[in-house]
Design a protein around this ligand. Structure first.
Ligand SMILES: Nc1ccn([C@@H]2O[C@H](COP(=O)(O)OP(=O)(O)OP(=O)(O)O)[C@@H](O)[C@H]2O)c(=O)n1
Ligand SMILES: C[C@](O)(CO)[C@H](O)COP(=O)(O)O
Length: 376
């Protein structure tokens, strides 16, 4: 059995307000329609998607490249007409008719509708009314109604395609939803569990409520860096942006700031965007003697451009001399300034290698770094 989602998005959204109809407004990083498409595209039992849009909204479809994500159908002046237009564009066995404006529909609601279609002509999610129900007039409560057996209807409303197509054909007037049309044709429609997150954006306040339910997956990345520079003639070294007097200097094409290079490489690593040599080739004369903050600022800007926030940096310098302890606070402050980070998110520490190896013999300085980047 095949299943198609028919997402109706041809309304004008008059109650929601805004410069464009609600389904084309952006919440949580993308348009309402794109969130809704994501939900159905990610569902393992949905084989096909038909998106029904108003003819005057085709520019949005083009701009967002939605033809690549769904079959596009043209909507009508009523919701029922839009549904009928969508039904004409699929041959699937089951159809799930869904409001584009319910953009946070959870996958298990879709599951329950599809499951119930194995034993019913139709199935739709709903929530039992739990609040007391009153009638009112002139600002006063005029009566109480029994809430027993009352439900708040949601979508997707699922049906055997041929059955709902025939029901629409036989229904002369508009209806609130497809369940009403199905029932007027005598189809049995099962009620399955709905979900409060499956709200329909209807009024302006609903945008923030829906955005709250859209789970934007957090992307957390760590990157590591390692670098070595050899000692040579000189009277100071530059480490993590701080000039430290010493009897020798570090050799390198740039200012040889081994700490800053290591952190820069760690950021490129977390972004999977190569390394410092790739962005600033040693063969390029313009970087001869360059201050290394240029490299670090480039990596930080690249992270921002890719939507990441740098949240933490830990850099370890490995050397016997010069002693790092007295200048570590200045190094943290300078690194934090360049990276636009709070200083309590920047660690610079040092260790010796117990006089072992090239760092132990005082031939050079090595540095290690770990950084954390977050996109949410
Ligand atoms: N002629 C129509 C009317 C509505 N819809 C769609 O049906 C869903 C539910 O309708 P509703 O929330 O009432 O949307 P609008 O008609 O756009 O809202 P309003 O009544 O505030 O103008 C929405 O996704 C809407 O885009 C549609 O495809 N075609
Ligand atoms: C289909 C529906 O979402 C069920 O709750 C609803 O009927 C759509 O539109 P309405 O105009 O807000 O009733």
């Amino acid at each position: 059995m095949t299943t198609a989602a028919i997402i109706v998005a041809a309304g004008r959204g008059t109650r929601a307000g805004g410069d464009v109809p609600k389904q084309w407004q952006v919440i949580a990083g993308q348009t309402v329609v794109e969130h809704t498409l994501d939900r159905f595209a990610a569902h393992p039992h949905v084989d096909d998607i038909v998106l029904v849009v108003a003819a005057e909204d085709l520019d949005f479809v083009d701009a967002l490249g939605l033809e690549a994500r769904a079959t596009i159908a043209h909507g009508g002046s009523t919701r029922a007409a839009s549904v009928l237009s969508g039904l004409a564009r699929t041959n699937a066995d089951y159809v799930l008719i869904h409001d584009a404006a319910r953009c946070a529909v959870p996958a298990d609601v879709i599951d329950r509708v599809i499951d119930a279609l194995q034993t019913h002509d139709g199935a739709a999610p709903a929530l039992a009314v739990t609040d007391a129900l009153w009638t009112g007039a002139q600002g006063l409560v005029s009566g109480v109604r029994d809430r027993t057996g009352l439900f708040r209807a949601q979508t997707p409303q699922g049906f055997h395609r041929t059955a709902i197509l025939a029901a629409h054909g036989a229904c002369a007037q508009d209806a609130a939803d497809d369940v009403e049309i199905a029932r007027s044709a005598g189809l049995d429609v099962a009620i399955v569990g709905g979900d409060e997150r499956n709200l329909k954006i209807t009024t302006p306040g609903d945008f923030a409520r829906a955005a709250h339910h859209l789970e934007v997956p957090m992307d957390i990345r760590t990157g590591n860096g390692f670098d070595v520079h050899r000692f040579g003639p000189g009277d100071h070294v530059v480490l993590c942006g701080v000039k430290v007097p010493y009897e020798r200097g570090l050799q390198g094409h740039s200012d040889a700031d081994v700490g800053m290079h290591t952190v820069t490489d760690a950021i490129y690593g977390a972004l999977a965007r190569g390394d410092i040599g790739q962005h600033f080739p040693p063969s390029d004369p313009q970087w001869k003697g360059a201050a290394s903050y240029i490299f670090l600022e480039h990596a930080c800007q690249m992270a921002r451009d890719m939507g990441f926030t740098l949240t933490h940096v830990d850099c370890t310098l490995i050397c016997e001399f010069p002693k790092i302890g007295p200048v570590a606070a200045a190094m943290r402050a300078e690194m934090a300034r360049i990276m636009q980070l709070d200083v309590d998110r920047v660690s610079v520490k040092a260790t010796t290698s117990e006089r072992l190896g090239f760092t132990g013999r005082g031939e050079g300085i090595a540095a290690l770094a770990t950084v954390t980047l977050v996109k949410s």
